[in-house]
Design a protein around this ligand. Structure first.
Ligand SMILES: [Zn+2]
Length: 234
């Protein structure tokens, strides 16, 4: 069996999305990529999570051709493939219809950074993609969803804002591996929920200033990060 470890990681990321309450029925999927072998591992389409095993994961090449697997891959595979192609440093992608993030996506509103929870993980508002034209939706919809996401990051570093809202659809999140992608999806949902409450308390609530935003983001990320325990030098 190809990529046994990555299969485990992808299965675990998919189960994590369910455990965190981000996926209703099968409305979600996570994948991972082997950059060495140029192969992607993704959840099978429409298979129930109960009893899902590593061997049920589907291995494809970067064109989406199945290399190993008895099931059809998740129908969102083309979106994942576009992201792996455009964002060379990511190793995992997670997609959900988690309620609060999806509500922002449906409203076509970026999630402003109202506080340090958001600032710790996303260096700026979480953007929304442009609305796709009917012709684009009719033809290669999932692939064009990927292109719409990439366009939203033309002037935005994908590594420091590891999630996006696809207009009228829902969130995609990513990270260095499948677990990190699932983690980003969970943090995104928490941040979306808090932002929703914030504007309900005060419709005129203001985003945090760049000083506080950078302070919090850079505590955890970048060369001078000091949050948590010192990492062993490699
Ligand atoms: Zn979806």
């Amino acid at each position: 069996m190809l990529l046994p470890r990555l299969r485990e990681e992808v299965l675990e990321a998919n189960l994590e999305l369910v455990r965190r309450g981000l996926v209703l029925f099968t409305f979600g999927n996570a994948s991972g990529i082997s950059r060495d072998q140029n192969l992607v591992v993704i959840k099978p389409s429409g298979v129930p999570y109960e009893g899902m095993k590593p061997e049920h994961m589907v291995v494809t090449d970067l064109d989406g051709t199945i290399v190993e697997g008895d099931f059809r891959p998740s129908s969102d595979l083309p979106t994942h493939l576009v992201l792996y192609g455009a964002f060379p440093e990511i190793g995992g992608v997670a997609h959900t219809h988690s309620e609060y993030a999806t509500a922002w996506a449906q409203a076509r509103r970026p999630i402003p950074c109202f506080g340090t929870t958001h600032a710790d993980y996303f260096r700026g508002p979480v953007p929304v993609t442009e609305v796709m034209a009917d012709g684009v939706i009719a033809n290669e919809y999932e692939k064009n969803t990927g292109h719409a996401i990439v366009r939203a990051f033309e002037n935005l570093p994908y590594a420091s804002v590891p999630a996006v809202l696809v207009a009228n659809h829902g969130p995609f999140a990513w990270g260095p591996d499948p677990a990190a992608a699932a983690h980003s999806a969970a943090i995104l949902e928490a941040v979306a929920r808090m932002a929703y409450f914030t504007i309900n308390i005060d419709a005129g609530a203001k985003p945090v200033g760049s000083g506080l935003h950078d302070k919090h983001y850079l505590r955890k990320h970048g060369s001078n990060a000091y949050y948590g325990q010192a990492k062993e030098k490699k």
